[in-house]
Design a protein around this ligand. Structure first.
Ligand code: SF4
Ligand code: SF4
Length: 91
């Protein structure tokens, strides 16, 4: 199996089949405190911080530029509250 990162896509070859993957994140907005650590550690500038607030009065992270996500998982790794889940989507 080979994994190749190119711009905002990940290509995986498995048994001579090439698949292109993109990433997607889901943020538990009620647990997010809007600290922005994920935003500043996203290499593709996918994440923004909302102008709306959650039930606790905090702004929350969201996919401001969803097409750019590679699924690299940086955001989930650095989030101090572990409220981001990263998915890889076949395209
Ligand atoms: S790092 Fe976590 S808590 Fe901070 S804004 Fe991002 S998702 Fe919210
Ligand atoms: S998975 Fe990577 S590219 Fe996607 S939002 Fe998180 S840090 Fe950005």
């Amino acid at each position: 199996m080979w994994i190749v990162f190119q711009e905002d896509l990940i290509f995986i070859t498995l048994n001579n089949i090439i698949m292109a993957l993109k990433g997607a994140i889901v943020v538990d907005t009620e647990k997010c405190k809007g600290c922005g650590i994920c935003e500043s550690n996203c290499p593709t500038k996918t994440i923004g911080i909302s102008t709306e607030v959650n039930g606790k009065g905090y702004p929350f992270a969201y996919m401001a530029n969803p097409d750019a996500c590679t699924g690299c998982t940086n955001c989930a790794t650095v989030c101090p509250d572990s409220v981001i889940t990263v998915y890889r989507v076949k395209i």
